[in-house]
Design a protein around this ligand. Structure first.
Ligand SMILES: [Zn+2]
Length: 122
């Protein structure tokens, strides 16, 4: 006879409570997406902060902590690689991002003792 119909629920139902997570491109820690601030490469090739997280374009995520931003802004090519930029970050965009970074507090003292495990740049 025919085998019974086995209904398998689509896996998307299992994922319904999944909390989206992203990696901070500064310290490389995985964090809930809503705890991070998005920067986005616009269709015009500019790099801007995206507080809504909804702008079109390739995005990257960072903690709202000064160290993470300084790491990215000081490491040559880090942001360009994360956003797949064809040209180095423009001076104008860099200055804007540095101004944004200056508004963030330094990393919380409770986490100050962590060893930064930054991979060596080629
Ligand atoms: Zn970070």
């Amino acid at each position: 006879m025919y085998p019974p119909c086995v209904f398998r629920p689509p896996s998307v139902l299992v994922m319904a409570k999944h909390i989206p997570q992203r990696t901070c491109i500064g310290c490389r820690e995985v964090e809930a997406k809503r705890e991070l601030l998005r920067v986005v490469r616009t269709p015009e090739g500019r790099v801007v902060v995206d507080p809504t997280g909804k702008r079109a374009g390739r995005g990257a995520y960072l903690h709202r902590e000064r160290e993470c931003w300084e790491t990215v802004l000081n490491a040559r090519g880090r942001l360009e690689h994360a956003l797949n930029l064809e040209a180095p970050l423009s001076t104008e965009d860099r200055m804007t991002l540095e101004q944004v970074a200056a508004t963030f507090p330094p990393r919380a003292s409770a986490r100050a003792g962590e060893v930064q495990n930054a991979p060596a740049l080629k």
